[in-house]
Write a protein that binds this ligand. Structure first.
Ligand SMILES: Cc1cc2nc3c(=O)[nH]c(=O)nc-3n(C[C@H](O)[C@H](O)[C@H](O)COP(=O)(O)OP(=O)(O)OC[C@H]3O[C@@H](n4cnc5c(N)ncnc54)[C@H](O)[C@@H]3O)c2cc1C
Length: 373
Protein backbone atom coordinates (compact mmCIF):
# COMPACT_ATOMS: atom_id res chain seq x y z
CA UNK A 1 0.00 0.00 0.00
CA UNK A 2 2.09 2.92 1.21
CA UNK A 3 5.53 3.27 -0.33
CA UNK A 4 7.62 4.48 2.59
CA UNK A 5 10.78 2.98 1.12
CA UNK A 6 14.15 4.57 1.73
CA UNK A 7 15.93 6.00 -1.31
CA UNK A 8 19.07 7.44 0.24
CA UNK A 9 21.69 5.64 -1.86
CA UNK A 10 22.90 6.74 -5.31
CA UNK A 11 22.45 4.03 -7.96
CA UNK A 12 25.67 2.12 -8.15
CA UNK A 13 28.14 5.02 -7.87
CA UNK A 14 30.17 3.64 -4.98
CA UNK A 15 29.25 -0.01 -5.25
CA UNK A 16 31.70 -1.92 -3.03
CA UNK A 17 33.94 -4.43 -4.80
CA UNK A 18 33.57 -6.95 -1.95
CA UNK A 19 31.22 -7.96 0.84
CA UNK A 20 30.90 -10.86 3.21
CA UNK A 21 27.25 -11.24 2.16
CA UNK A 22 25.31 -9.68 -0.73
CA UNK A 23 21.53 -9.51 -0.20
CA UNK A 24 19.56 -9.19 -3.44
CA UNK A 25 16.24 -7.39 -2.91
CA UNK A 26 15.17 -4.72 -0.39
CA UNK A 27 11.71 -6.01 0.44
CA UNK A 28 10.80 -6.93 4.00
CA UNK A 29 12.75 -10.21 3.81
CA UNK A 30 15.98 -8.73 2.45
CA UNK A 31 15.78 -5.84 4.93
CA UNK A 32 15.37 -8.22 7.87
CA UNK A 33 18.30 -10.36 6.72
CA UNK A 34 20.50 -7.27 6.19
CA UNK A 35 19.60 -5.90 9.63
CA UNK A 36 20.53 -9.14 11.39
CA UNK A 37 23.76 -9.58 9.40
CA UNK A 38 24.91 -6.02 10.04
CA UNK A 39 24.06 -6.32 13.75
CA UNK A 40 26.43 -9.32 13.87
CA UNK A 41 29.25 -7.22 12.36
CA UNK A 42 29.13 -8.91 8.95
CA UNK A 43 29.91 -6.66 5.97
CA UNK A 44 26.71 -6.64 3.92
CA UNK A 45 25.65 -4.99 0.68
CA UNK A 46 21.96 -4.83 -0.28
CA UNK A 47 21.22 -4.45 -3.98
CA UNK A 48 17.70 -3.38 -4.99
CA UNK A 49 16.66 -2.89 -8.61
CA UNK A 50 13.98 -0.32 -7.82
CA UNK A 51 14.74 3.29 -6.84
CA UNK A 52 13.11 2.59 -3.47
CA UNK A 53 12.78 -0.26 -1.00
CA UNK A 54 9.53 -2.21 -0.48
CA UNK A 55 8.82 -1.91 -4.20
CA UNK A 56 7.62 -5.51 -4.58
CA UNK A 57 5.06 -7.58 -2.66
CA UNK A 58 6.05 -5.77 0.54
CA UNK A 59 4.82 -2.37 -0.61
CA UNK A 60 1.42 -3.78 -1.60
CA UNK A 61 0.99 -5.95 1.47
CA UNK A 62 -1.80 -5.75 4.02
CA UNK A 63 0.72 -6.62 6.75
CA UNK A 64 -1.60 -8.77 8.85
CA UNK A 65 0.36 -10.58 11.57
CA UNK A 66 -0.88 -13.37 13.80
CA UNK A 67 0.80 -16.34 15.44
CA UNK A 68 -1.68 -18.89 14.09
CA UNK A 69 -1.04 -20.74 10.84
CA UNK A 70 -2.01 -24.14 9.46
CA UNK A 71 1.70 -24.91 8.90
CA UNK A 72 3.55 -25.64 12.21
CA UNK A 73 6.87 -24.46 10.69
CA UNK A 74 5.28 -21.07 10.00
CA UNK A 75 3.76 -20.96 13.51
CA UNK A 76 7.23 -21.34 14.98
CA UNK A 77 8.51 -18.37 12.96
CA UNK A 78 5.37 -16.30 13.49
CA UNK A 79 5.42 -16.68 17.29
CA UNK A 80 8.91 -15.17 17.64
CA UNK A 81 8.15 -12.61 14.95
CA UNK A 82 5.04 -11.39 16.76
CA UNK A 83 7.13 -10.92 19.91
CA UNK A 84 9.56 -8.75 17.89
CA UNK A 85 6.78 -6.72 16.30
CA UNK A 86 5.35 -6.05 19.79
CA UNK A 87 8.65 -4.93 21.33
CA UNK A 88 9.41 -1.16 21.03
CA UNK A 89 13.07 -1.88 21.83
CA UNK A 90 13.52 -3.70 18.49
CA UNK A 91 12.82 -0.65 16.35
CA UNK A 92 14.88 2.40 15.35
CA UNK A 93 11.67 4.42 15.61
CA UNK A 94 11.43 3.48 19.31
CA UNK A 95 7.81 2.40 18.75
CA UNK A 96 6.46 -1.13 18.45
CA UNK A 97 5.74 -1.90 14.78
CA UNK A 98 2.54 -3.73 15.68
CA UNK A 99 -0.93 -2.16 15.60
CA UNK A 100 -2.47 -4.55 18.11
CA UNK A 101 -6.08 -4.47 16.91
CA UNK A 102 -6.40 -8.24 17.49
CA UNK A 103 -6.68 -11.10 14.99
CA UNK A 104 -9.63 -13.41 14.43
CA UNK A 105 -9.20 -16.71 12.56
CA UNK A 106 -12.51 -18.37 11.70
CA UNK A 107 -12.75 -22.09 10.90
CA UNK A 108 -15.23 -24.92 10.58
CA UNK A 109 -16.55 -25.97 14.03
CA UNK A 110 -14.84 -29.35 13.55
CA UNK A 111 -11.52 -27.47 13.89
CA UNK A 112 -12.40 -26.19 17.38
CA UNK A 113 -10.04 -28.63 19.13
CA UNK A 114 -7.10 -27.69 16.88
CA UNK A 115 -7.76 -24.00 17.48
CA UNK A 116 -7.86 -24.54 21.27
CA UNK A 117 -4.54 -26.34 21.05
CA UNK A 118 -3.13 -23.42 19.03
CA UNK A 119 -4.40 -20.94 21.63
CA UNK A 120 -2.56 -22.91 24.34
CA UNK A 121 0.65 -22.87 22.31
CA UNK A 122 0.42 -19.13 21.65
CA UNK A 123 -0.29 -18.32 25.30
CA UNK A 124 2.54 -20.59 26.45
CA UNK A 125 5.04 -18.87 24.14
CA UNK A 126 3.92 -15.26 24.42
CA UNK A 127 2.05 -15.00 27.71
CA UNK A 128 -0.85 -13.81 25.56
CA UNK A 129 -4.61 -14.18 25.95
CA UNK A 130 -5.55 -16.14 22.83
CA UNK A 131 -8.86 -17.99 23.15
CA UNK A 132 -11.51 -19.75 21.14
CA UNK A 133 -15.09 -18.57 20.78
CA UNK A 134 -17.80 -20.96 19.57
CA UNK A 135 -21.53 -20.63 19.10
CA UNK A 136 -21.34 -16.84 18.92
CA UNK A 137 -22.72 -14.66 16.16
CA UNK A 138 -19.91 -12.14 16.21
CA UNK A 139 -16.38 -11.58 17.58
CA UNK A 140 -14.32 -8.37 17.49
CA UNK A 141 -16.64 -6.72 14.96
CA UNK A 142 -16.78 -9.72 12.60
CA UNK A 143 -19.79 -11.98 11.91
CA UNK A 144 -18.68 -15.59 12.28
CA UNK A 145 -21.36 -17.23 10.07
CA UNK A 146 -21.49 -20.46 12.07
CA UNK A 147 -17.73 -20.74 12.38
CA UNK A 148 -15.58 -21.22 15.44
CA UNK A 149 -13.01 -18.44 16.00
CA UNK A 150 -9.52 -18.26 17.41
CA UNK A 151 -9.10 -14.74 18.83
CA UNK A 152 -5.57 -13.41 19.31
CA UNK A 153 -6.02 -10.05 21.09
CA UNK A 154 -2.27 -9.34 21.01
CA UNK A 155 -1.94 -9.72 17.22
CA UNK A 156 -2.94 -7.26 14.47
CA UNK A 157 -1.05 -5.63 11.61
CA UNK A 158 2.15 -3.77 10.75
CA UNK A 159 2.97 -1.33 7.94
CA UNK A 160 5.39 -3.50 5.89
CA UNK A 161 7.07 -0.61 4.06
CA UNK A 162 7.75 1.14 7.38
CA UNK A 163 9.15 -2.06 8.91
CA UNK A 164 11.42 -2.45 5.87
CA UNK A 165 12.63 1.15 6.13
CA UNK A 166 13.27 0.76 9.88
CA UNK A 167 15.40 -2.37 9.38
CA UNK A 168 17.38 -0.72 6.58
CA UNK A 169 17.99 2.29 8.82
CA UNK A 170 19.30 -0.02 11.55
CA UNK A 171 21.39 -1.98 9.02
CA UNK A 172 23.00 1.23 7.71
CA UNK A 173 23.72 2.37 11.25
CA UNK A 174 25.50 -0.97 11.76
CA UNK A 175 27.61 -0.48 8.62
CA UNK A 176 25.53 -2.06 5.82
CA UNK A 177 25.63 -0.51 2.35
CA UNK A 178 22.24 -0.31 0.59
CA UNK A 179 22.05 0.42 -3.15
CA UNK A 180 18.74 1.23 -4.83
CA UNK A 181 18.34 1.36 -8.61
CA UNK A 182 20.95 -1.38 -9.13
CA UNK A 183 19.80 -4.62 -10.75
CA UNK A 184 21.58 -7.93 -10.31
CA UNK A 185 22.03 -9.45 -13.77
CA UNK A 186 23.84 -12.69 -12.96
CA UNK A 187 25.68 -14.51 -10.19
CA UNK A 188 28.63 -16.73 -11.10
CA UNK A 189 31.14 -18.86 -9.19
CA UNK A 190 34.63 -17.36 -9.38
CA UNK A 191 37.43 -19.10 -7.52
CA UNK A 192 34.80 -21.02 -5.54
CA UNK A 193 33.03 -17.90 -4.25
CA UNK A 194 30.19 -15.90 -5.85
CA UNK A 195 30.68 -12.89 -8.13
CA UNK A 196 27.55 -10.76 -8.37
CA UNK A 197 27.30 -8.98 -11.71
CA UNK A 198 25.04 -5.92 -11.59
CA UNK A 199 24.28 -3.14 -14.04
CA UNK A 200 26.62 -0.95 -11.92
CA UNK A 201 29.59 -3.28 -11.44
CA UNK A 202 30.64 -6.60 -9.92
CA UNK A 203 30.69 -7.48 -6.19
CA UNK A 204 32.74 -10.44 -4.92
CA UNK A 205 30.95 -12.09 -2.03
CA UNK A 206 31.49 -14.72 0.63
CA UNK A 207 27.83 -15.67 0.22
CA UNK A 208 24.78 -14.36 -1.63
CA UNK A 209 21.14 -14.55 -0.65
CA UNK A 210 18.32 -13.74 -3.05
CA UNK A 211 15.26 -12.27 -1.34
CA UNK A 212 13.58 -11.40 -4.62
CA UNK A 213 9.97 -12.35 -3.84
CA UNK A 214 7.90 -13.12 -6.94
CA UNK A 215 10.93 -12.46 -9.17
CA UNK A 216 12.21 -15.86 -7.96
CA UNK A 217 9.72 -17.36 -10.42
CA UNK A 218 11.77 -15.96 -13.32
CA UNK A 219 15.21 -15.55 -11.79
CA UNK A 220 18.37 -14.08 -13.26
CA UNK A 221 21.11 -16.66 -14.02
CA UNK A 222 22.67 -18.03 -10.86
CA UNK A 223 19.69 -17.29 -8.62
CA UNK A 224 17.33 -20.11 -9.62
CA UNK A 225 15.87 -21.81 -6.52
CA UNK A 226 16.08 -25.62 -6.45
CA UNK A 227 12.32 -26.06 -5.94
CA UNK A 228 10.18 -24.38 -8.58
CA UNK A 229 8.57 -21.10 -7.58
CA UNK A 230 5.58 -19.47 -9.29
CA UNK A 231 4.21 -15.98 -8.96
CA UNK A 232 0.57 -15.73 -7.96
CA UNK A 233 -1.63 -12.69 -8.02
CA UNK A 234 -2.70 -11.14 -4.70
CA UNK A 235 -5.37 -8.46 -4.95
CA UNK A 236 -6.86 -6.35 -2.17
CA UNK A 237 -9.26 -3.40 -2.07
CA UNK A 238 -9.55 -0.52 0.37
CA UNK A 239 -13.03 0.69 1.34
CA UNK A 240 -14.33 3.42 3.59
CA UNK A 241 -15.55 2.38 7.06
CA UNK A 242 -17.81 5.01 8.58
CA UNK A 243 -19.93 4.95 11.74
CA UNK A 244 -22.10 3.04 12.60
CA UNK A 245 -19.69 0.44 11.14
CA UNK A 246 -17.83 -0.84 14.20
CA UNK A 247 -14.04 -1.13 14.52
CA UNK A 248 -12.83 -4.67 13.90
CA UNK A 249 -9.82 -6.94 14.30
CA UNK A 250 -7.82 -8.39 11.41
CA UNK A 251 -9.69 -11.41 10.08
CA UNK A 252 -9.33 -14.51 7.97
CA UNK A 253 -11.90 -17.23 7.34
CA UNK A 254 -10.09 -20.50 6.68
CA UNK A 255 -13.25 -21.93 5.09
CA UNK A 256 -13.19 -19.44 2.22
CA UNK A 257 -9.86 -17.62 2.38
CA UNK A 258 -11.69 -14.27 2.80
CA UNK A 259 -9.74 -11.74 4.85
CA UNK A 260 -9.86 -8.14 6.07
CA UNK A 261 -7.98 -5.67 8.23
CA UNK A 262 -8.59 -2.15 9.46
CA UNK A 263 -6.44 0.55 7.88
CA UNK A 264 -6.48 3.38 10.39
CA UNK A 265 -9.74 4.48 12.03
CA UNK A 266 -11.98 4.80 8.97
CA UNK A 267 -10.84 2.39 6.26
CA UNK A 268 -10.73 -1.38 5.81
CA UNK A 269 -8.70 -3.57 3.49
CA UNK A 270 -10.56 -6.59 2.08
CA UNK A 271 -9.25 -9.57 0.11
CA UNK A 272 -10.14 -12.96 -1.30
CA UNK A 273 -7.76 -15.48 -2.94
CA UNK A 274 -7.13 -14.50 -6.56
CA UNK A 275 -5.97 -17.74 -8.10
CA UNK A 276 -4.18 -16.30 -11.14
CA UNK A 277 -0.82 -18.00 -11.58
CA UNK A 278 2.24 -16.62 -13.38
CA UNK A 279 0.71 -13.20 -13.01
CA UNK A 280 3.03 -10.34 -14.04
CA UNK A 281 3.81 -8.05 -11.12
CA UNK A 282 2.36 -5.00 -12.89
CA UNK A 283 -0.93 -6.66 -14.02
CA UNK A 284 -3.97 -4.37 -13.94
CA UNK A 285 -6.51 -4.81 -11.10
CA UNK A 286 -9.26 -7.36 -11.81
CA UNK A 287 -12.45 -5.34 -11.30
CA UNK A 288 -14.77 -8.38 -11.40
CA UNK A 289 -12.73 -10.01 -8.63
CA UNK A 290 -12.79 -6.78 -6.61
CA UNK A 291 -16.60 -6.71 -6.78
CA UNK A 292 -16.86 -10.44 -5.94
CA UNK A 293 -14.57 -9.88 -2.93
CA UNK A 294 -16.69 -7.08 -1.57
CA UNK A 295 -19.89 -9.01 -2.14
CA UNK A 296 -18.56 -12.15 -0.40
CA UNK A 297 -17.27 -10.18 2.61
CA UNK A 298 -20.62 -8.44 3.13
CA UNK A 299 -21.80 -11.54 5.03
CA UNK A 300 -19.06 -10.91 7.62
CA UNK A 301 -19.27 -7.09 7.52
CA UNK A 302 -22.86 -6.05 6.67
CA UNK A 303 -21.85 -2.37 6.52
CA UNK A 304 -19.85 -3.14 3.34
CA UNK A 305 -23.05 -2.91 1.26
CA UNK A 306 -22.93 0.89 1.50
CA UNK A 307 -19.18 1.45 1.99
CA UNK A 308 -17.48 3.63 -0.64
CA UNK A 309 -14.71 1.77 -2.53
CA UNK A 310 -11.44 3.72 -2.52
CA UNK A 311 -8.83 1.68 -4.41
CA UNK A 312 -7.82 -1.78 -5.58
CA UNK A 313 -4.21 -2.95 -5.43
CA UNK A 314 -3.00 -5.91 -7.43
CA UNK A 315 0.46 -7.39 -6.93
CA UNK A 316 1.93 -10.89 -6.64
CA UNK A 317 3.87 -13.07 -4.24
CA UNK A 318 6.13 -16.10 -4.69
CA UNK A 319 4.43 -19.48 -4.19
CA UNK A 320 6.20 -22.82 -3.82
CA UNK A 321 7.27 -25.39 -1.29
CA UNK A 322 10.05 -24.76 1.21
CA UNK A 323 13.52 -26.01 0.38
CA UNK A 324 15.95 -27.79 2.63
CA UNK A 325 19.15 -25.75 2.65
CA UNK A 326 20.75 -24.25 5.75
CA UNK A 327 18.19 -22.64 8.08
CA UNK A 328 16.12 -25.65 7.15
CA UNK A 329 13.01 -24.81 5.21
CA UNK A 330 14.03 -21.20 4.71
CA UNK A 331 16.72 -21.32 2.04
CA UNK A 332 16.85 -22.98 -1.37
CA UNK A 333 20.01 -24.20 -3.05
CA UNK A 334 20.69 -22.48 -6.39
CA UNK A 335 23.36 -24.81 -7.77
CA UNK A 336 25.98 -22.05 -7.44
CA UNK A 337 28.18 -22.56 -4.35
CA UNK A 338 27.39 -20.15 -1.48
CA UNK A 339 24.40 -18.69 -3.34
CA UNK A 340 20.95 -19.15 -1.77
CA UNK A 341 17.41 -18.20 -2.56
CA UNK A 342 14.89 -17.49 0.20
CA UNK A 343 11.84 -19.76 0.27
CA UNK A 344 8.58 -18.69 -1.34
CA UNK A 345 6.34 -17.12 1.30
CA UNK A 346 2.98 -18.15 -0.20
CA UNK A 347 1.33 -14.85 0.68
CA UNK A 348 2.56 -14.68 4.30
CA UNK A 349 6.07 -13.25 4.32
CA UNK A 350 5.35 -10.31 6.62
CA UNK A 351 4.26 -12.26 9.68
CA UNK A 352 7.44 -14.33 9.61
CA UNK A 353 10.02 -11.74 8.49
CA UNK A 354 11.64 -10.89 11.86
CA UNK A 355 12.49 -14.47 12.83
CA UNK A 356 13.05 -15.74 9.28
CA UNK A 357 15.54 -12.92 8.67
CA UNK A 358 17.38 -13.74 11.88
CA UNK A 359 17.75 -17.43 11.02
CA UNK A 360 18.70 -16.76 7.41
CA UNK A 361 21.32 -14.23 8.55
CA UNK A 362 22.83 -16.84 10.87
CA UNK A 363 22.98 -19.40 8.05
CA UNK A 364 24.48 -16.92 5.55
CA UNK A 365 27.06 -15.73 8.06
CA UNK A 366 28.17 -19.30 8.75
CA UNK A 367 28.35 -20.01 5.03
CA UNK A 368 30.23 -16.79 4.17
CA UNK A 369 32.97 -17.61 6.67
CA UNK A 370 33.08 -21.36 6.04
CA UNK A 371 36.28 -22.95 4.72
CA UNK A 372 34.43 -24.65 1.88
CA UNK A 373 35.11 -23.05 -1.49
C1 LIG B 1 -1.54 -7.50 -1.79
C2 LIG B 1 -0.76 -8.34 -0.82
C3 LIG B 1 -1.24 -8.50 0.47
C4 LIG B 1 -0.48 -9.28 1.39
N1 LIG B 1 -0.91 -9.38 2.68
C5 LIG B 1 -0.13 -10.02 3.59
C6 LIG B 1 -0.51 -10.04 4.95
O1 LIG B 1 -1.52 -9.49 5.34
N2 LIG B 1 0.33 -10.68 5.85
C7 LIG B 1 1.48 -11.31 5.44
O2 LIG B 1 2.19 -11.90 6.28
N3 LIG B 1 1.85 -11.30 4.15
C8 LIG B 1 1.07 -10.68 3.22
N4 LIG B 1 1.43 -10.67 1.91
C9 LIG B 1 2.65 -11.37 1.52
C10 LIG B 1 3.90 -10.58 1.89
O3 LIG B 1 3.67 -9.22 1.61
C11 LIG B 1 5.08 -11.13 1.07
O4 LIG B 1 5.24 -12.52 1.35
C12 LIG B 1 6.37 -10.39 1.44
O5 LIG B 1 6.19 -8.99 1.33
C13 LIG B 1 7.50 -10.84 0.52
O6 LIG B 1 8.60 -10.01 0.81
P1 LIG B 1 9.98 -10.21 0.04
O7 LIG B 1 10.92 -9.23 0.60
O8 LIG B 1 10.33 -11.65 0.11
O9 LIG B 1 9.62 -9.89 -1.49
P2 LIG B 1 9.37 -8.46 -2.20
O10 LIG B 1 8.74 -7.50 -1.29
O11 LIG B 1 8.69 -8.76 -3.48
O12 LIG B 1 10.85 -7.93 -2.45
C14 LIG B 1 11.68 -8.44 -3.45
C15 LIG B 1 12.56 -7.30 -3.91
O13 LIG B 1 13.57 -7.84 -4.76
C16 LIG B 1 13.82 -6.89 -5.79
N5 LIG B 1 14.48 -7.59 -6.90
C17 LIG B 1 13.97 -8.60 -7.64
N6 LIG B 1 14.85 -9.01 -8.56
C18 LIG B 1 15.98 -8.26 -8.40
C19 LIG B 1 17.24 -8.20 -9.06
N7 LIG B 1 17.55 -9.03 -10.08
N8 LIG B 1 18.16 -7.29 -8.65
C20 LIG B 1 17.86 -6.44 -7.60
N9 LIG B 1 16.66 -6.45 -6.96
C21 LIG B 1 15.73 -7.35 -7.34
C22 LIG B 1 12.44 -6.35 -6.11
O14 LIG B 1 12.51 -5.10 -6.77
C23 LIG B 1 11.80 -6.27 -4.74
O15 LIG B 1 11.95 -4.99 -4.12
C24 LIG B 1 0.72 -9.91 0.97
C25 LIG B 1 1.18 -9.75 -0.35
C26 LIG B 1 0.46 -8.97 -1.22
C27 LIG B 1 1.00 -8.80 -2.61
Amino acid sequence: MSQVGTTASPPGGDLPARADVVVVGAGITGASIAHHLARRGVSVVVVEQSPQSAAGATGASGGMVRAYDLDPAIVELALSSLATYRDPGCWASGRAALHAVGAVTVADPAQGGALREAAGQINGALGASAHVVAGREEAAGIRLLGGVALVEPEAGWVAPAEVTADWLTQARADGAVVHHGVRVLEVQARGGRPAVRTDAGVISAGAVVAAVGPWAADPVPGLRPASPVRSRSVQVSIVERRPPAPPHATFIDLRTGLYAKPVGPDRTLIGMPHLVWDSPFDAQPDTAHAEATRSALTAHFPWLTTAAPLSTIRAADAYGSPGGGPASGLLEDTGVPHVWSVRAWNGGGVKTAPEAGRRIADACMADAFSDAV
